[in-house]
Design a protein around this ligand. Structure first.
Ligand SMILES: [Zn+2]
Length: 50
């Protein structure tokens, strides 16, 4: 089974300020905090939309 979620070590949630609670959903291209549920789209250098 392939994991599509990747924990972002060393990052802090800007909403609840919990460290290492953010994970990146590679399939959906977004980051979500597992503590408060806050999510945000990832802005990449390419700026392309799928
Ligand atoms: Zn949070």
């Amino acid at each position: 089974m392939r994991l599509l979620a990747h924990v972002l070590d060393g990052l802090r949630c800007s909403v609840c300020h919990t460290e290492n609670a953010l994970w990146m959903d590679l399939a959906a291209g977004l980051v979500e905090c597992r503590e408060c549920g806050q999510s945000a789209l990832i802005v990449t250098d390419g700026g392309r939309t799928a």
